[in-house]
Design a protein around this ligand. Structure first.
Ligand SMILES: NC(=O)c1ccc[n+]([C@@H]2O[C@H](COP(=O)([O-])OP(=O)(O)OC[C@H]3O[C@@H](n4cnc5c(N)ncnc54)[C@H](OP(=O)(O)O)[C@@H]3O)[C@@H](O)[C@H]2O)c1
Length: 255
């Protein structure tokens, strides 16, 4: 039987992976919701953040809330020239999280073709192209976390294109992990979160969706933006995790 390796002989993990102190974290979608909670948590851990999004006022307010280790630039992930300009302004990047997306969800029989395609246009291709422009600047011990959604693993009744888009993002994460190694690429796939995204949907839709989620989930509750942010920080800092999808969803995908 082989002798166990002494700590000095054991292969080292990536040198900077375990800490966020002094690292540069780019958060496209960081002006609100889950991305903004990630910004708060990585700044508390000693990182610098660059926030991206389409709305200047939202980004400026978020950066002010975060303090002097936060900067921001506008970017639209559906516009490749905008992504190119955003990343051209940045030096090296340690971690990237892409919660930016806006799309419509609905049944096959009712959605227009344009609306049905919108999750792929914004959420899938938006993240794909963001990683493409970020890749040359990612440090070798850094990582990417893509945003998916538990609807990809357990589709709700009336959102087939949205479900397929989330499943595709999980496949994209595995494919990028293979191509970009040793840069790690992982996916976070949250359940329903009581946060900014749902706060801006009609009251009736929100209450119906929340009630159904409580019924359908092992833990009988919604998640919080901070719980999803914690999962993202785990994926940024765990140097041996790549190609993984984590489901912080209260057990929704098991029921
Ligand atoms: N909240 C949930 O229950 C939940 C559950 C599962 C998955 N998700 C996923 O989480 C993501 C949304 O995050 P969130 O819940 O934190 O919602 P959010 O607060 O609405 O965050 C989305 C952010 O992305 C920005 N954005 C939207 N489209 C953009 C674009 N084309 N280019 C650049 N920035 C863009 C928005 O700012 P601007 O409008 O100013 O650009 C906003 O700051 C979506 O991918 C969603 O599918 C959410």
């Amino acid at each position: 039987m082989n002798e166990p390796l002494s700590p000095a002989q054991a292969p080292a993990g990536p040198p900077g992976a375990g800490t966020l102190h002094g690292r540069t974290v780019v958060l496209i979608g960081g002006g609100s919701g889950i991305g903004l909670r990630v910004a708060h948590q990585v700044i508390a851990a000693g990182a610098r953040v660059v926030l991206g999004g389409r709305t200047r006022e939202r980004l400026a307010a978020a950066a002010q809330e975060l303090g002097d280790r936060a900067t921001w630039r506008t970017v639209d992930t559906t516009d490749r020239s905008s992504l190119a300009a955003f990343f051209a302004e940045l030096d090296s990047i340690d971690h990237l999280f892409t919660s930016a997306a806006s799309y419509r969800v609905g049944p096959l029989r009712e959605l227009s073709d344009e609306d049905a395609e919108s999750p792929f246009v914004s959420k899938f291709w938006g993240q794909y192209h963001a990683v493409k422009y970020a890749a040359p600047k990612l440090t070798q011990d850094g990582s990417v976390v893509l945003m998916s959604g538990a609807a990809g693993a357990r589709p709700p009744a009336a959102a087939p294109a949205y479900a397929a888009c989330n499943a595709a993002i999980e496949g994209l994460g595995r494919g990028l992990a293979v191509e970009l190694a040793p840069v790690r690429v992982n996916v976070v796939s949250p359940g329903t979160i009581d946060g900014n995204l749902w706060a801006h949907r009609p009251d009736e839709d929100r209450e119906a969706a929340f009630a159904q989620y409580r019924r359908d989930t092992l833990l009988r509750r919604l998640g919080t933006e901070d719980e999803i942010a914690q999962t993202v920080l785990f994926l940024f800092t765990n140097g041996f995790t790549t190609g993984a999808t984590l489901y912080p969803d209260g057990g929704y995908t098991l029921r």
